[in-house]
Design a protein around this ligand. Structure first.
Ligand code: PEP
Ligand code: MG
Length: 553
């Protein structure tokens, strides 16, 4: 039997399935409690035990996982939440129902705040499930413990689960939900875990069943024959060797250069990016530095951060994005108005223009940092929808000493008018995450419409083709810096559509580098043409894959 979904990366794995337990049922609303004091004591103790267990797991795991788990432990002991739980028990609820209601209400509030806060809501839900499991005497949900390696199958994973996966145990990850740009996919890619998301029939897999997972093709072979397992093992070795191949500059098999760059959020990511062979930075998300700032950072504060990041890339290109505030990344000092649809609101360059003093300070800090370091500094504006906005940004950036100003293409109108935009901008970089969100009219943060958030969609590819054509005509660089660039198969198609550089999470560089080497420019263009002719994302994937298979045969 063969199941299929959307692969992340190109690795192959084989092993037995272990299922993640399904979420617990909602505790009933109208159960009565005989002794309220005893119920309060029992619930307090469960909250404390869960906090202690999370802290202890964090200490064992270390690193980023420790931060995630320590934050969860604090949630379990948060005084406001604990008081709310107790008040509900005193109003006649059982401990488990009180925990469910209090945590859920808090989750809804976090989701309402959006962005970073909304992501914490999943972690909070996970804490509630652990406490309820303890109170009702059932096993805690979460990644199963095992002494031997396994292929983890889940409906979806909380960010904390993905961050904590033990890479010696989890051979691969299969989820029923989630799209190619879901958090699970992004985290799996960042941690180099072979994964296939959106596996519609994942619920049919049983504990202990053997599977072969091929993230490159998105196929899962269930109960394979010995012969198939032997072939998979040979492929695993081949892919491993390719991923560990010497780091060479990005290029197609015929030598056509494709710069491979890294997406970073600050100097802390720069060293790792350089180590994994990034030829520079294609997207430095500067707003990540100031997510917690209440007031605008000073020129000096910014300059220190920029110098630290630029120093990691002497002589190399570093594309810095001006603050992209709003929607999924609100900044307190820029986004102060209530908006019904923040993704369609005053965000990116639109809000910077309203606060031109902040934009001027950022460009000044960048120009000074550029002058003090050896990096080849490029600076771009986010969320540009019109040529006039490009003219505005480019003129201001030049006035303040930026030598290479450009803009991001994330809105369909900007893609359609790329030719006019390139009359002012020195370069463009396509943000496929937002471009997909706006082309398919599907909120990138909303799980219910995740199925639309697929950059393989031919409508998105046609817009990329339009930008590629404009870039070629103007002789200017067309980068890709959304998640799409990290998908090896799609990376080939994007180059076929005219992308001259690809920027991605550093962990994806090796896979993309290896895949590009398997095609010539002509083959990449043929795959692009095939994908453009499809009428759905799945059709585009299949059309490109069919050509890849023919080439491999
Ligand atoms: C994008 O939209 O594709 C992009 C690269 O920017 P961000 O994901 O930060 O919005
Ligand atoms: Mg964007």
């Amino acid at each position: 039997m063969r199941l299929s979904g959307i692969g992340v990366g190109r690795a192959v794995a084989t092993g037995p399935v272990r299922r993640m337990p399904d979420p617990l049922p909602e505790p009933p609303e109208h159960e009565t409690v005989a002794d309220q004091d005893a119920e309060v004591a029992r619930t307090r103790s469960a909250l404390q035990q869960v906090a202690a267990e999370l802290t202890e797991r964090g200490a064992r795991a270390g690193g980023d996982a420790k931060n995630v788990l320590d934050a969860q432990a604090l949630m379990a002991e948060d005084p406001t939440l604990v008081d709310d739980v107790i008040a509900r028990i005193e109003n006649g609820r059982t401990g488990q129902r009180a925990v469910h209601e209090a945590f859920f209400e808090f989750q809804v509030m976090l989701v309402g705040l959006g962005g970073y806060m909304a992501e914490r809501a999943t972690d909070l839900g996970d804490v509630a499930q652990r406490v309820i499991a303890r109170l009702t005497g059932v096993p805690a949900p979460g990644v199963p413990e095992s002494d031997t390696p396994f292929v983890l199958v889940a409906r979806d994973l909380a960010p904390a689960d993905t961050a904590l996966l033990d890479l010696d145990k989890v051979l691969a990850l299969l989820t029923r939900d989630g799209g190619p740009t879901s958090h699970t996919a992004i985290l799996a890619r960042a941690r180099s875990i072979p994964a296939i998301v959106g596996v519609g029939d994942a619920d049919s897999l049983r504990d202990g069943q053997q599977v072969i997972v091929n993230a490159g093709t998105g196929a899962i072979d269930v109960d394979p024959t010995d012969q198939e397992v032997a072939e998979a093992k040979a492929l695993i070795e081949e892919r491993r060797a390719a991923a560990n191949a010497p780091i060479t500059p990005g290029a197609l098999g015929d030598g056509t250069k494709v710069q491979l760059l890294a997406n970073i959020g600050g100097a802390k990511d720069a060293a790792k990016a350089a180590e994994l062979g990034a030829e520079g930075v294609g997207l430095f998300r500067t707003e990540f530095l100031f997510l917690d700032s209440k007031s605008a950072p000073t020129v000096q504060q910014q300059k220190e951060q920029y110098v630290a990041a630029l120093k990691a890339f002497p002589g190399k290109k570093v594309v810095v994005r001006a603050l992209d505030a709003g929607a999924d990344k609100p900044l307190a000092f820029l986004n102060d108005s209530e908006e019904e649809n923040p993704a369609l609101g005053l965000r990116g360059l639109r809000v910077l223009r309203e606060h031109e003093d902040i934009l001027r300070e950022q460009l000044t800090a960048l120009a000074e940092a550029g002058a003090e370091t050896e990096a080849d500094l490029w600076v771009m504006a986010p969320m540009v929808s019109e040529p006039e906005e490009s003219e505005y940004f480019v003129a201001l950036a030049r006035e303040l000493g930026i030598k290479v100003p450009g803009v991001m293409v994330e809105v369909p109108s900007a893609a359609l008018l790329a030719e006019q935009i390139l009359e002012s901008a020195d370069f463009v970089s396509i943000g496929t995450n937002d471009l997909t969100q706006y082309t398919l009219a599907a909120d990138r943060l909303l799980g219910t419409v995740a199925g639309f958030q697929d950059p393989w969609h031919p409508a998105v590819l046609r817009l990329v083709a339009e930008v590629g054509r404009a870039g070629r005509a103007a002789g200017k660089s067309v980068g890709i810096c959304g998640e799409a660039a990290a998908d090896p198969g799609l990376a080939v198609v994007l180059v076929g559509l005219g992308a001259t550089s690809l920027s991605m999470t550093p962990a994806a560089l090796a896979d993309v580098r290896a895949e590009l080497l398997t095609v010539t420019k002509e083959q990449a263009e043929a795959r692009a043409k095939a994908a453009l002719g499809a009428s759905s994302a799945a059709g585009a994937r299949a059309a490109a894959a069919a050509l890849a298979e023919t080439a491999a045969a």
